[in-house]
Design a protein around this ligand. Structure first.
Ligand SMILES: *Cc1c(COP(=O)(O)O)cnc(C)c1O
Length: 417
């Protein structure tokens, strides 16, 4: 569900014609619907209302300050994976005691920053990390609240690059060593074991892998209880998928029903870290056709957005629907929609049936709200594009287009040159 819809063949975001925004801010740009973001967050939140829970929105999926502020105002916490994301979260007004910190490679300065900020918990992914966090918190005369991230070894059946819960993935501690790790964690003087966490992968489109992971974690919790270790927070991570093409992922209600059914009566606070399912379909990337050309092999539509703006097609061969911002009657062609970057991997769609578009036409790359802007780069010295948020009949530029000056910010030429 989202708030991008046609009125008289013109695409609107809520009550604003997308064409009007394009004329004002130029192309390309990311466009988010406030109503969709809000609706998705509240739907997810409501799905878990009957148990004690905390939704920690996954910052890496979309970390724009305005987006984070909206979720903060709706009571969200944050799942972070870096000091930079912690900074953003705090700037946006997310209470530190609702922030959980995941990631296999936390640096010492990041750990110290998180301890000083008073986050809810560290999801620890290795024994060495546990040791370092204990040392840092001893130095600061604090007690670090921790959970161990376990790797439940379930197949989330998603793209291998975004699967994280299999034995061969780099994430978490395996089930066999988890109980031992918990035992040693309790022996550290400056950490406090409060939780257990997992995250099995992203764009997961069925409930079974989540339920499997949960059963394994419940068994581990039972083992921990026999060791006298009790858990207050059960963090199930994120990963619920969305419809990009023809996938039919479970609705958050179905997802919560399966999870709550498998949990039964439990004394924990459940933590969930959704990213994509909240923001994915709440954003689009708007781009303009620069040229069209026809080779012997196929048609090409060359647009002004590229893999540096939206890398998912190049990186994961991901599918994004492509719609016209203004529709008219056109025959359908089969084309590659490509950007200006000097790489053959620079495409937004391949062998796609689309209407025959012309130079100057505006296209909307759909479902680009998650892992869109956050994965963008300056490759080919392309300034990063603006982000715009619509609320009802108004639009707001929530991140300005970068300038050429921004591109060289911090660079310097040494005196010997
Ligand atoms: C990426 C990530 C998430 C969010 O995943 P989505 O698929 O966007 O819901 C949640 N938790 C952790 C630890 C992650 O790395």
């Amino acid at each position: 569900m989202h708030h991008f819809a046609y009125r008289d063949n013109h695409m609107f975001c809520e009550d604003v014609p997308v064409l009007e925004i394009a004329e004002s801010v130029g192309t390309p740009f990311y466009l988010y619907s406030h109503a969709t973001l809000r609706h998705h967050f509240l739907t997810f939140e409501k799905a878990f209302e009957r148990v004690p829970h905390l939704i920690c929105f996954s910052a890496k999926s979309n970390s724009n300050l305005a987006v984070l502020r909206l979720f903060a105002s709706l009571g969200s916490g944050l799942d972070i994976v870096s000091g930079g994301e912690l900074f953003r979260g705090l700037q946006a007004g997310i209470p530190p005691n609702r922030i959980v910190y995941s990631g296999v490679g936390k640096r010492e300065d990041e750990i110290v920053y998180a301890l000083q900020s008073g986050i809810l918990m560290f999801n620890i992914e290795s024994f060495q990390e546990l040791e370092l966090i204990n040392r840092c918190s001893a130095r600061l005369k604090k007690e670090a609240p921790i959970s161990l991230r376990v790797n439940p070894d379930v197949d989330s059946k998603t793209h291998p690059y975004i699967s994280t819960g299999l034995k061969e993935n780099k994430f978490g501690l395996d089930m066999e060593s988890a109980a031992e790790a918990y035992k040693s964690a309790t022996a550290f003087s400056h950490v406090k074991v409060i939780g257990i966490s997992c995250h099995i992968g992203s764009q997961v489109t069925e409930v079974a892998p989540f339920v499997d992971a949960l059963h394994r974690i419940k068994a581990l919790i039972a083992t921990l209880e026999t060791l006298g270790i009790s858990i207050s927070y059960l963090d199930l991570g994120g990963g619920l998928g969305i419809t990009y093409d023809r996938e039919s992922p479970p609705h958050p209600n179905e997802y919560s029903r399966a999870i709550l059914g498998a949990i039964g009566d439990s004394p924990f606070t459940l933590i969930l870290e959704p990213g994509r399912v909240i923001v994915g379909n709440a954003g689009i990337l708007v781009t303009r056709v620069l040229y069209t050309k026809r080779s012997e092999a196929k048609d090409f539509v060359i647009v002004d957005a590229a893999m540096n703006d939206l890398v998912r097609p190049s990186l994961y061969n991901a599918y994004h629907a492509i719609e016209r911002v203004v529709k008219d009657e056109k025959e359908t062609i089969k084309a590659d929609v490509v950007g200006p970057i000097c790489e053959s991997a620079d495409f937004l769609a391949r062998d796609r049936h689309i209407p025959r578009v012309e130079a100057g036409d505006l296209l909307a790359i759909m479902s680009a709200g998650a892992y869109g802007f956050t994965m963008s780069s300056n490759y080919n010295s392309r300034p990063r594009v603006p982000e715009v948020m619509v609320k009802q009949d108004q639009f707001y530029v929530v991140r300005a287009r970068e300038s050429y000056e921004d591109l060289i910010k911090g660079e310097s030429i040494p005196p010997f040159l």
